[in-house]
Write a protein that binds this ligand. Structure first.
Ligand SMILES: [Zn+2]
Length: 468
């Protein structure tokens, strides 16, 4: 329409492009799901699997070397506490994990892991060579499928907030004690116990303490391992330790996407320029429209506007305003649909404002007065583990053997990345109990930690076996 002016058509054009991108992605999700449902049957386990997996776990648990490792967990709790205090004393704010990664790499090397190093992204890595590779003399991580065993390095705290650890009996008090120094300590404990017990997994295990799990880290460490690292294609399953606890299994990755919406205009004096469109009002219309969107309760989908800023003074028409929006869902499709609705709300509110403004000078030659930008500032894919996944049936058998009453839950963790790629993954607690997570009063109680370590060890050993 010729009377709309160049910006409006650009706005329309942009809206069309956004729609096309989102429809392409919705189609891709649909294609992936159809593919998954056709390939699923190939991996369906025979009906006897529950008992046979249980038998495998019982056999593993009965091995003398496994007994020795279990004993190590019990007898070496003081060593675990020492590591726990040391790692927790090294600050690891988002994008500042290097010192902690170096410390972890040193421990990996001392514990006999091979090819220890820190990758380009800042993740500390080390290999435990599987029995099959030990025979052929092949480099660890060279060709056979492997299991990723990981814990994130980063905390939500700035470096100066860490302070000194306080140990009161089995309780350790320091920010990051549970999330995720408990995970890092458990990773070291497993490596140490296996070494002490002379226990070798059947296939290689890649130990990783990765960067970027919290907040704006946006899972970059895990993304790197699964996309850019040379072994990305070889990881057949991932066991991720995050926080305290023994009975939780995170099998569903909560997806999220965060946006920054910026609305800008020519601005002016509240009296002499009255009538110039006001970006704050446009944003208010956007947020009101988004607030009216009917969101599904299942799959649970939510949005929040958590931060707005902009404007100049009470007697100025603002030139700029921005809002930060967080969207979440347990499923990719409603998340994409919500994104589309938010884009629509912005485009419509901006178009309406520009139409109403008529001949108001824009201050920007040839364009409409109100402009917008929508930037993605964070994205975590939603994904869930299949009910018939090998990792889940194995873990259930382990829990039955150890008499742990576990339950599954949904959270946003490093597991989102492998799960979104169709790779089996669980996020588990590292034992003991904890509280005050993401506060300066965070604590971890190591009482009962060895039960979780036994659980994790049996799971790793079972996953490292060739598939039944
Ligand atoms: Zn965490």
């Amino acid at each position: 329409m010729p009377d709309e002016g160049p910006l409006l058509s650009r706005g329309r054009e942009r809206a069309r492009q956004l729609h096309d991108t989102i429809s392409d992605r919705l189609e891709a999700v649909d294609r992936r799901r159809r593919l998954a449902s056709t390939t699923r049957t190939r991996f369906l386990m025979p009906p006897t699997v529950a008992s046979s997996t249980f038998q495998i776990i019982s056999q593993l648990a009965g091995l003398p070397a496994v007994h020795r490792a279990f004993q190590w967990f019990h007898l070496q709790e003081m060593q675990l506490r020492e590591w726990h205090r040391q790692v927790a004393s090294i600050p690891a704010p988002p994008f500042g994990e290097a010192a902690r990664a170096r410390w972890v790499a040193e421990q990996f090397a001392t514990l006999g892991l091979e090819n220890v190093g820190i990758d380009e992204c800042g993740n500390a890595l080390g290999w435990m060579r599987g029995a099959a590779n030990a025979q052929t003399g092949q480099e660890p991580g060279a060709s056979r499928p492997c299991t990723l065993f990981s814990a994130h390095l980063d905390t939500v705290f700035p470096a100066e907030a860490i302070g000194h650890p306080m140990q009161e009996g089995s309780i350790l008090r320091i920010p990051g004690a549970s999330d995720n120094c408990a995970g890092i300590t458990a990773l070291l404990g497993i490596a140490a116990a296996m070494r002490a017990a002379g226990l070798r997994p059947e296939r290689d295990i890649l130990f990783a303490c990765n960067v970027g799990e919290e907040g704006e880290g946006n899972l970059r460490g895990m993304r790197h391992i699964f996309s850019k690292s040379q072994f990305a294609a070889r990881i057949h399953s991932a066991v991720i330790l995050d926080g305290a606890g023994t009975d939780m299994i995170v099998t569903q990755g909560l997806g999220s996407k965060r946006f920054r919406i910026t609305i800008s205009g020519p601005g002016g004096h509240s009296w002499t320029d009255a009538g110039v469109p006001n970006p704050i009002l446009v944003l208010a219309n956007v947020l009101t429209a988004v607030g009216r969107i009917q969101l599904p309760g299942s799959p649970r989908t939510t949005w929040n506007v958590g931060h707005i800023e902009g404007g100049t003074s009470i007697n100025s028409i603002p030139q700029r305003v921005e809002a930060r929006i967080d969207t979440r869902s347990t499923d990719t499709v409603p998340l994409l649909q919500l994104e589309e609705h938010i884009h629509d709300a912005v485009v419509i509110a901006v178009e309406n404002a520009n139409r109403a403004a008529g001949d108001v000078p824009s201050g920007n030659h040839g364009s409409d007065p109100i402009q917008f930008e929508i930037a993605t500032i964070g994205e975590r894919p939603a994904a869930a583990l299949r009910e018939d996944a090998r990792i889940l049936s194995t873990l259930r058998a382990v829990d039955r053997h150890l008499q742990i009453r576990s339950h599954v839950s949904t959270a946003s963790t490093d597991a989102n990345i492998p799960l979104s790629l169709g790779i089996e993954a669980v996020s588990l607690g590292s034992g003991g109990s904890g509280g005050g997570v993401h506060t300066l009063e965070e604590w971890f109680d190591a009482a009962g930690r060895d039960l979780a370590l036994r659980r994790i060890l049996l799971l790793l050993l079972a996953l490292a076996q060739p598939e039944v």
